[in-house]
Design a protein around this ligand. Structure first.
Ligand SMILES: C[S@@+](CC[C@H](N)C(=O)[O-])C[C@H]1O[C@@H](n2cnc3c(N)ncnc32)[C@H](O)[C@@H]1O
Length: 375
């Protein structure tokens, strides 16, 4: 069957209609005419894959990765990087309009850097004597020798991985130090830098995978804090303490809250490494520690996982209303849901997308909110 693609959905799939039913087509771009094979049909939608491109988009590129047909990692490898950045700006705008129900949100230009070799971490999977990445939408392992998303040096480490009992094999690299965490590491941690701040990272702790974009993002947060002369800061979902420590030189007091025990240990170590004596950490879920969100804080930096904010956290932020919220989000859908709840007491100044995860459909955003009382 031949179809014409209208636009991309938020997962980077082409959208068309067949007998008025929406059809999502893998590996198809807007304005392309493609032949498709239907993989699944439900009452509401059809899922298909491209079998032949009849009219090709000018934005199509040949994926440089030998695994791109089978691996589920790079959803946008067939789209030019320029268009990928446009797609992500558009995606954030559409999701915000649809789910936050707020008109005329200012979406600033997306920040991006290089499309490949940006990741400082890779998780390989191991099953039935195979080590590699998962194939698209399955747990079938495709053995790989390299991945275009990770740094060159981490690719050398992929080649050295040996069969073991681990189901997931995590490899990490420190950006300036080039220190490696692998199967044979005697050390449990490595040192990585963001700007001139030094961070200890253990295998299990969250640490942003794209060091270049992270620095640009943290610089934006720092300039917001500086311009507002914010002094008492909450760093909610603080991970290894990265954001708070990055801005610690220009604030008086910073409290970080984080649920992962190892990350809090890293955060305390990072505080010492950077002589950030004004930073303090508490371990626990933010929703269980809402008593720590008090009126003494003028700004809350919030960087939750994909699931977004727990309702107790939203309620507490609405009750205390710090002057400024700086919400860092890796999922625009949960960001929009939370903004919809925060909008009664907060005005959204702007949202800026960051291309933290090039060649995938994922996008990071920073959103700045001002409380009524600060206006
Ligand atoms: C997106 S990461 C952000 C980490 C840090 N701000 C950074 O940029 O490196 C989210 C962090 O939230 C932590 N986390 C997840 N659920 C949590 C919860 N309910 N309460 C506190 N921390 C949580 C995770 O362990 C992770 O470190």
């Amino acid at each position: 069957m031949k179809v014409e693609i209208e636009k991309l959905d938020h997962y980077g799939r082409g959208i068309t209609k067949i007998n008025d039913k929406i059809c999502f087509v893998e590996n198809a771009l807007p304005e392309e005419i493609v032949e498709i094979e239907i993989i699944k049909e439900t009452k509401k939608y059809i899922l298909a894959t491209t079998t032949k491109i009849i009219k090709q988009s000018k934005d199509r590129v040949v994926p440089s990765c030998p695994y791109s047909n089978v691996c589920g990692g790079c959803h946008l490898a067939h789209l030019s990087f320029e268009k990928e950045n446009e797609f992500k700006e558009q995606k954030v705008t559409e999701i915000l309009e649809k789910f936050a129900k707020i008109k005329d949100i200012t979406i600033k230009n997306i920040i991006y850097d290089k499309p490949y070799h940006y990741r400082n971490k890779i998780t390989l999977h191991q099953k039935e004597n195979k080590i590699g990445l998962y194939a698209k939408k399955t747990n079938t392992i495709i053995p790989i020798k390299n991945c275009l998303l990770v740094t060159e040096k981490l690719n050398d480490e992929i080649k050295k991985v040996l069969p073991s009992k681990e189901e997931n094999i995590i490899l990490r690299i420190g950006n300036k130090t080039q220190e490696i965490l692998n199967q044979n590491s005697k050390k449990e941690t490595i040192i990585s830098y963001i700007g001139n701040k030094k961070y200890q990272v253990s295998k299990q702790s969250f640490f942003q995978v794209n060091s270049i974009i992270t620095e640009k993002l943290y610089d934006e947060i720092k300039s917001i804090v500086k311009n507002r002369n914010s002094k008492n800061i909450l760093d909610l979902y603080c991970g290894t303490g990265t954001i708070g420590i990055y801005i610690s030189d220009i604030v008086d007091k910073m409290l970080g809250i984080e649920s992962c025990k190892e990350a809090v240990e890293d955060a305390n170590r990072n505080k010492e490494l950077n002589n950030a004596t004004n930073c303090t950490y508490k371990q626990g879920k933010v929703e269980d520690l809402t008593k720590e969100i008090t009126k003494e804080y003028d700004t809350a930096i919030i960087d939750p996982p994909r699931s977004g904010l727990h309702k107790n956290v939203i309620e507490k932020l609405l009750e205390i209303t710090p002057n400024t919220l700086i919400y860092v989000s890796c999922d625009p859908v949960t960001l929009a849901r939370d903004l919809n709840l925060l909008k009664d007491k907060y005005e959204i100044e702007y949202i800026r997308p960051y291309n933290m995860f090039p060649r995938t459909y994922h996008v990071e955003c920073v959103c700045v909110l001002n409380s009524d009382k600060s206006l």
